[in-house]
Design a protein around this ligand. Structure first.
Ligand code: PLP
Length: 403
């Protein structure tokens, strides 16, 4: 150990759950002088983004483009259809459900959370029960985080829609797929999602700074009934390519649009969405196979036990304090790899969430990158004397080999 040279020099790998690794082609497309924003190439390019974004969300509805991050998308989704005093139901009380709830409360909405803990997805039956209890339909919307990036729990949106229908409730279904659009399947129309929000910097492989709000006809009608919608968040002009360059929307996110064009080319027109999703699913299975083996003889544990409730974009792992923090530090300092911190997992015994780490496997990630991440973690276990099962890399490579 004392003779070990530093092995971190070389291309650094970021495996946190957003921002994700950006393709060189996306970055190169953004490295250019500012374009004319009123006519010409950029306007045509922007029009071309709308249909491809809808392919990724599997919707025939509309999509509004904003400058902003995921928090902005949260704000936009609420601003168009909910007024102060309206009630929203948020099934989930992990980090990102709580965050969306804070955004809602600060807009004057009345928020009810259903708490399923930090290790489980949403229970659709609990949603149905809460909506049935709301006999006078005070709840105007159900806000669902598809994958909570802190717990890495993925909820079953089709089942949640079925629960809402079973309760014969009129609330809008608003979904945050910021962590996982383009990684986990999203069928906005088939699953009856009324409003869908996402950001540019995770599965869509573009730097943070753009966000997207998809909405269907029911949501558009709800927007039209609003007494007022704030100028910036109003989705109407932003969903109309003809209007997008009118003064009402302000300067377009010029360079992000160039980057997004290339990212959507890669996803929709080159690799193909089905293949992108299948790649994420296979790499996630390889990762979990490795984790299962490590956990057979040591403290490592997948935060989400049920494979159907795991995400193909991000995986949260429990290893006990202080191992999580030590492992993250070791792979950064000795292997050139940055892993995600535990988020919203603090307890009295572990106030800094030092017993957790997360692996982002979203977007521009291939087998070589994932195997490198796993190999570095395996080395960290050895270097830090953390007990772990042997053979994790073999298990992962077998999945990558199709065995
Ligand atoms: C990343 C993320 C957000 C927040 O996005 P920001 O760009 O950091 O504001 C919200 N929800 C989920 C599920 C996320 O993964």
């Amino acid at each position: 150990m004392s003779n070990l040279p530093n092995l971190s020099h070389g291309r650094h790998t970021l495996a946190i759950p957003g921002p994700s690794v950006m393709p060189e082609r996306v970055l190169q497309a953004m490295h250019r002088p500012a374009p004319n924003i009123y006519t010409g190439e950029l306007v045509d390019l922007t029009y071309s983004l709308f249909p491809d974004l809808k392919v990724v969300a599997k919707t025939a509805g509309q999509v509004a483009l904003y400058i902003g991050n995921g928090h902005a998308a949260w704000e936009a989704s609420l601003a168009n259809v909910l007024a102060p005093g309206d009630k929203v139901l948020i099934p989930g009380a992990a980090q990102f459900s709580l965050g969306w709830g804070v955004t809602a409360e600060k807009r004057g909405l009345v928020v009810e959370h259903l708490d399923f803990g930090r290790r489980a997805p949403i229970d659709p039956q609990a949603v149905e029960d809460a909506l049935r209890a709301d006999t006078d339909h005070k709840i105007k919307a159900v806000l669902v985080v598809q994958v909570d990036t802190a717990s890495s729990a993925k909820s079953d949106l089709a089942a949640i829609r079925a629960a809402m229908d079973a309760a014969a409730h009129s609330a809008l279904l608003i979904v945050d797929s910021i962590a996982c659009l383009g990684c986990d399947d999203m069928q906005m129309d088939a699953w009856g999602v009324d409003i869908l929000v996402t950001g540019s910097q995770k599965g869509l492989m573009v730097p943070p700074g753009m966000c997207f709000v998809f909405f269907n006809a029911k949501a558009a009608a709800a927007r039209d009934k609003m007494e007022r919608v704030s100028a910036y968040w109003d989705w109407k002009p932003r969903a109309d390519p003809e209007m997008y360059y009118q003064i009402s929307c302000g300067t377009a996110p010029t360079h992000h649009l160039y980057g997004l064009r290339v990212a959507l080319d890669m996803i929709v027109h080159e690799e193909g969405l089905d293949n992108v999703l299948a790649r994420h699913a296979t790499l996630a299975r390889a990762l979990w196979a490795a984790c299962d083996v490590w956990g057979q003889a040591g403290p490592l544990e997948l935060n989400i036990a049920d494979t159907a409730a795991r995400s193909n974009a991000v995986t949260s792992l429990r290893i006990g304090a202080p191992h999580g923090a030590r492992l993250r530090d070791w792979v950064t300092d000795q292997a050139g790899l940055t892993l995600g911190i535990g988020l919203g997992m603090a307890t009295d015994e572990d106030p800094q969430s030092d017993g957790f780490f997360r692996i982002g496997h979203m977007g521009h990630v291939n087998a070589h990158m994932l195997m490198g991440t796993l190999g570095s973690i395996d080395a960290a276990f050895k270097a830090l004397d953390v007990p772990h099962g042997a053979g994790a890399l073999e298990a992962a490579s077998a999945v990558c080999a199709g065995q």
